[in-house]
Design a protein around this ligand. Structure first.
Ligand SMILES: O=C(O)[C@H](O)[C@@H](O)[C@H](O)[C@H](O)COP(=O)(O)O
Length: 229
């Protein structure tokens, strides 16, 4: 992995926004459209606001999520609601947004529709921004996840899978590893000394089932890790 360290959260947010905006501009110049997949959780808010301030041809950008909790957008746990609130406003509101949640009871019920919507996006993605949990999960690749091996299979062909895991809270839906790693640029965004300790532990071992983020750290085209203390 390539570590990019910052002294403050705002500096990190600006640099990550530029890293993503460069990738989007490049893909738009080449293909006319570009897709971006972002993570939810608590970390990305500042980055979303910085990215929303980038001058981009936003109507040529499609935004989706790396993963989603199976909750409607009124829930405080909805990643889609977070993206709408902090990224898709002002000029960035012209971007198309493809959410991963559908108003059906389970991720299995929504899987066909979500898979079709993801297949329709411009591929490969220009950029993917991942987060990381204290248990070493990334996207919804959780330790103990019921479909973890399938989601991490480098030869897997499903773009999207449901995921249930003890540490996941509600059922989830996630883009799969090969789709994410095919992106032009992959970043992992982590903040705080605790997350750096988790990253160090991940780098020190091999067992992907124990810390699934290892599958991303060891990718042939390794991610850029954006970190600040
Ligand atoms: O929906 C989610 O939960 C995420 O996409 C997930 O993979 C997240 O990136 C990590 O759990 C880190 O979350 P925090 O930023 O809240 O620590």
């Amino acid at each position: 992995m390539e570590l990019r360290s910052f002294t403050g959260r705002d500096d990190l947010a600006s640099a990550l926004a530029r890293f993503v905006a460069d990738a989007l501009e490049h893909r738009i110049r080449r293909d006319g459209k570009a897709a971006l997949a972002v993570s939810g959780g608590r970390t990305p808010t500042r980055f979303f606001e910085a990215l929303a301030g980038e001058r981009l041809p936003w109507s040529d950008v499609v935004v989706t999520l790396v993963d989603e909790r199976w909750v409607d957008e009124d829930s405080p746990r909805s990643n889609a609601a977070l993206v709408r609130r902090h990224l898709l406003h002002g000029p960035a509101g012209a971007a198309e947004f493809v959410p991963l949640w559908r108003p059906v009871p389970t991720p299995e019920d929504g899987l066909a529709a979500v898979s079709a919507a993801i297949a329709d996006l411009p591929h490969p993605f220009a950029a993917v921004v991942l987060g990381m949990g204290d248990d070493g999960h990334t996207a919804s690749f959780f330790p103990g996840g019921d479909r973890l091996a399938e989601a991490l299979d480098p030869a897997g062909t499903a773009p999207v899978l449901p995921m249930r895991a003890p540490g996941a809270g509600e059922p989830r839906i996630t883009l799969t590893l090969p789709l994410l790693l095919a992106a032009d640029r992959v970043a992992i965004h982590v903040e705080g000394d605790g997350k750096m300790a988790v990253l160090d532990a991940a780098r020190a071992g091999d067992d992907v089932a124990e810390m699934p983020v290892r599958a991303v750290l060891r990718a042939a085209h390794p991610p850029a890790v954006f970190w600040c203390g």
